[in-house]
Structure formats: C-alpha cells, structure tokens
Design a protein around this ligand. Structure first.
Ligand SMILES: *Cc1c(COP(=O)(O)O)cnc(C)c1O
Length: 427
C-alpha cells in the first residue's frame, strides 16, 4: 500500500472492504467490546501474543482504519488516534517522561500548547524550556541530562512561521533525543516531518485532517526509526514495563514499540481515546486532504498578496509571500505551500480590528482554524486578552493584529468581504 501516491493513500490506506459485510466505506463500529472466541483467545489478546480487539478504550476497527491511514500519509511505522490534539501531545510525551524530566520546545507554538507545557505538565513533575528554534546552538544549550524530547511545530500558529526542520533534527540527532513535530498546520500534504528527521509527529485532527470543523481529535505517529534502547533514557520502552506484564516493548516489538506502548499502556491508563463517530468524520474528511490543501494554499496566497498591497494594512506575516523572511525556507522545505494561517496588522489598531471582525460577512469570528470556511480571530480581545500589551506583541498577537484561517471558498469573494469590512473599519 505504501508504494501508492498521496492522493491514493488518502482514500485507500487502512481500509479494506469490511470483512463481515463487504461494505466499501469503513463502517462505524459503534461497540464497546468484542466477543472472544474462547478463553485461550482472550488470554492471548491480553498477553499481546495475538493482535485483536478487546475493548474500545484500547482499539476499535473504525479508529484503527484512521490510525493506519494517518500513519501511511505521514510515512510512519504506526499511529495512535486520540481524543484531541492536546491529548495527542500528552500521549506522545507519556512513554518518554517521568518526574523531574524535561523537554525543550520552540517559543513559537499554539497558545494552548504553551499553557500545557509551561503550566499543566508541572503537575506530572515534567517541565519545559522554551527557546528560539531559529538558533540551533540555543536548542543544544537548553538540553541537559534530564531532557527527553525536543518539540516544535512545522508551520506554527499564529503567524505562519516556518520551522527549519532539518536543522532542528540535526540537533536532536546530535544529542540523541527524539524530535516531536506538531504537523497540524501543514498537514502531511504540505510537510512530512519524518522525511526531515522527526521521530514522532502529532496532529490536531480537529483542523485540516478532518477539514470541516466537525470533530475534536488527534493522533501520534511514530517513525519507527528511533533506537529507544541505546541511551538507557527511555526505560518504559527499553526495559521490562511493570505496567504491562514486564514486557520489554522495544525488544519485543521493534519499530512498533512506541505505538503498542501507546495503546497497551497509554490509552489503557490515560483513556484519551478517539471515539468511532469522530474517526468516521475524520476518515471522510481526509479523503479530500490534498485537494483541500491545494485550494487553501492558493486562496491564502491570493488573499495575503491582496492584503499586503492594500494601504489600510501595515503588514502580513504569511510565509508564502515573496517578501516573507521565510521565503527561501518556504521554497526549500515547503514547496507545495506555506499553509493557510497568518496574521495581518490593520492600521487603526485595536478599534479597527474589532470593527473589521464585526463587519465581515463570510469570515466567522471563532477560535478554530483549518476549517473549509474562512475564519478570523482578534486575539487581543479574546484568546490573549489576559496578557499585557507587551506579552501580546511578543506572542504575535498585538492589539493591531488579527489572525486569518483561509478556507476553500472563492478567493475573490473572500477578498471582496475583507475589502468592504476594511472600508467600514477604517472609515
Ligand atoms: C488546535 C491545535 C492544537 C490542539 O488541538 P485540539 O484538537 O484543539 O486539542 C495543537 N496544536 C496546534 C498547532 C493546533 O492548531
């Protein structure tokens, strides 16, 4: 299956005709449990001597089809689906971490991830050091003997900054740590982080993978390439796991060690499971991923270029613009496009931004991104309103800035909507 091209895999990977009925589309297996053939079969499943379905907190055929498809699209050895993108981040870190251990992450991250990493993970005894990922020496300097992972986004929220993944992967390789890349904003169509040296990829399937704002979901994809046994730093994977019959996952399962651990221990004990209905919606959405991403990128480029040339605008941060500081990096690492999320600074500051948001008719004012619909948010009066103006500016969410997530409508209609709303906002 993996020999097929992206357009074919996004429709076929992970989905044979249903063995029970011949159903061509993946059925929604709306069941909690699966009948064992006999007591010996049950014992083999629980002992991981045979792979099969036990209970839907662990695995479910609809969810498994999606996991296999996402793994194929990212070029990974295996994947596990989760209840949200934030759940996927905890699931990615869980087998690697323990009390007193830390990660090194980019300063340029989704706001919710900054909160998760700077505040919430402290309750597990984990911590995070944030550094500028354009400075490989700073990443290396932040790593100490308690560091267990390096974390960044490929294209990052909110300004559409483009990470130099090979440069970051070279540091991770040098210090012998796994690189985890949140590939939500790029999708595997625009960027495949494993090809640039990532060990694990995480997704919020809530965004482009589903593509229509209907579900909350996530995924962790393992490259299968990291040697979990080499350093002795990852005992959950390399040593007998007391939480699972003393199984040594890496020795027993090789490139599938991380994925099996995530299911057998992670989903079993943390319960951050994707439900089969959610998996169904994401399977429907992912069939058109390449078509949608092409249109998202073409529209984003058209809208960003129009805005940049408009006298009512101060600046546009889109990485796909010829004027972008990331233009060379975009051509080298993101040749199919720089995504469809960027920020725009409006002349007239806070008041003009609020009026712009209020006067738009096609754009929806929401806290989501990656929808078929075009979306806008004025961060300073919403998601970043708790911060001081100085903190807002540092986060790329100053009072004069709005964030746009460009959808797959007609670009001229989107530009006309922005034009009339800018007229009202700057009158
Ligand atoms: C939305 C988002 C998340 C969190 O995903 P949820 O599905 O909302 O939990 C993480 N990373 C990025 C880049 C996101 O855009």
């Amino acid at each position: 299956m993996s020999d097929y091209s992206f357009d074919t895999l996004q429709i076929h990977a992970g989905a044979e005709p249903d063995p029970a009925t011949g159903a061509r589309q993946v059925p929604i297996y709306q069941t909690t449990a699966y009948v064992f053939k006999d007591a010996a079969h049950a014992a083999r499943l629980f002992g991981l001597q045979e792979v099969g379905y036990i209970y839907s907190r662990l695995t479910n055929p609809t969810v498994s089809a999606l996991a296999a498809r996402i793994a194929a699209l990212e070029g990974g050895a295996g994947a596990v689906c989760c209840s949200s993108g934030h759940a996927a981040q905890i699931m990615a870190l869980f087998p690697l971490m323990g009390p007193g251990l830390n990660i090194v992450a980019s300063t340029r991250l989704y706001g919710g991830t900054i909160t998760q990493f700077s505040q919430t993970i402290k309750r597990f005894g984990w911590s995070c050091t944030f550094v500028d990922f354009d400075d490989p020496a700073a990443i290396e300097a932040a790593v100490n003997e308690d560091t267990r992972a390096i974390f960044c986004e490929s294209i990052s929220n909110p300004a559409g900054y483009l990470t130099d993944l090979p440069a970051v992967a070279a540091v991770a390789n040098k210090v012998g740590l796994p690189l985890i890349v949140d590939n939500t904003l790029a999708s595997p169509y625009l960027c495949r982080p494993i090809e640039h040296g990532a060990t694990l990829v995480v997704h919020s399937a809530t965004k482009y993978l589903t593509g229509n704002g209907t579900v909350t979901g996530g995924a962790v994809i393992d490259s299968g390439k990291f040697d979990w046994s080499a350093s002795g730093k990852f005992p959950s994977l390399s040593e007998p796991e007391p939480a699972y019959h003393g199984l040594a996952f890496h020795k027993a399962l090789g490139p599938m060690a991380f994925t099996f651990h995530s299911i057998a221990v992670g989903l079993r004990d943390l319960g951050m499971t994707m439900n089969p209905q959610g998996a169904h919606y994401t399977l429907m959405g992912i069939e058109t991923l390449s078509l949608r991403m092409e249109k998202h990128v073409a529209n984003a480029k058209a809208v960003a270029e129009w805005l940049e040339a408009d006298p009512r605008i101060d600046f546009v941060t889109y990485g796909g613009l010829a004027s972008s500081p990331w233009a060379k990096r975009a051509a080298r690492l993101y040749p199919k496009g720089s995504g469809a999320l960027f920020t725009v600074a409006v002349k007239g500051g806070y008041d003009a931004c609020v009026k712009l948001v209020n006067n738009l008719k096609l754009f929806s004012h929401v806290a989501n991104l990656g929808d078929a619909r075009s979306l806008i948010i004025h961060s300073a009066s919403t998601t970043h309103s708790q911060l001081t103006e100085e903190q807002q500016i540092k986060a790329g969410a100053g009072p004069n800035v709005v964030r746009l997530s460009i959808g797959i409508e007609n670009a001229a209609d989107l530009i006309a909507d922005l034009d009339q709303a800018l007229t009202a906002a700057t009158a």
